[in-house]
Design a protein around this ligand. Sequence first.
Ligand SMILES: Nc1ncnc2c1ncn2[C@@H]1O[C@H](COP(=O)(O)OP(=O)(O)O)[C@@H](O)[C@H]1O
Ligand SMILES: [Mg+2]
Length: 261
Amino acid sequence: MERVTAEGPLLEARELTLRFGGVTALDGVSFEVARGELFAVIGPNGAGKTSIFNCLGGVYRPQHGTITLEGNGLTGRAPAAVAAMGVARTFQNLGLFRHLTLIDNLMLGRHHLMRTGFVSGMVWWGKAKREEISHRAAVEEIVELLELEPYRSTPAGLLPYGVAKRAELGRALAMEPKLLLLDEPVAGMNLEETEDTARYLLEIRRELGLAMILVEHDMRLVMDLADRVLALDFGVAIGTGTPEEIQHDPRVIDAYLGGAA
Ligand SMILES: Nc1ncnc2c1ncn2[C@@H]1O[C@H](COP(=O)(O)OP(=O)(O)O)[C@@H](O)[C@H]1O
Ligand SMILES: [Mg+2]
């Protein structure tokens, strides 16, 4: 893995404002994510959580504000360019190729890392072969980390739901991202699958030191996992802090309980 030498935060979002006609999805939102940090974004429905991901991932261009990754401007770049800069994302609904095996789905995640194209692959057969072997080895490490060994050659469409979600996580990891965006990774999971996912996310952080941004409804999961939390309400950042601080922040309590507390 690449040695990181740069100073400062990994990701910096400054004053992001995103509007859809009369709706302000994000209103001057700023935050920073450090290297290796597990950063969570919480907020009631419609608060702007998915909008943040869509700005970070290049799906939407904010009308105002800037996003930088290791100091390089990311704002307004197309999704493929953002992915190439090292931002990977998992989706609320599964994004696997149903007829391909689990291993082939993970190999596809590495596609942008492969240098040898078809023609040069024919000429430099030996080089292509070596490259393929190193990619297979990297994929096998992910399979081991996420305990996916029994499903190596299973078509993705036949995987049980919880395993398929884990495979999707594996495909994002196969890209060797600098930052992983997780949009509700435990949505639709039962308690056991949720606890497994929490364990894998902690494992990923420990083993790979990968920075992650987690958007999640499951408050308990966020409070258990996150280093720091950003709370949103109606597109406005109402608090940033440790899970402990956020849980006791009157503005956050107010936003969640509608002032009933
Ligand atoms: N493509 C869109 N077109 C119009 N309004 C949108 C669009 N995407 C999001 N919004 C609006 O922006 C606000 C924030 O939405 P979203 O980011 O999806 O919230 P969350 O993920 O926190 O539930 C909501 O009022 C939503 O209706
Ligand atoms: Mg959402």
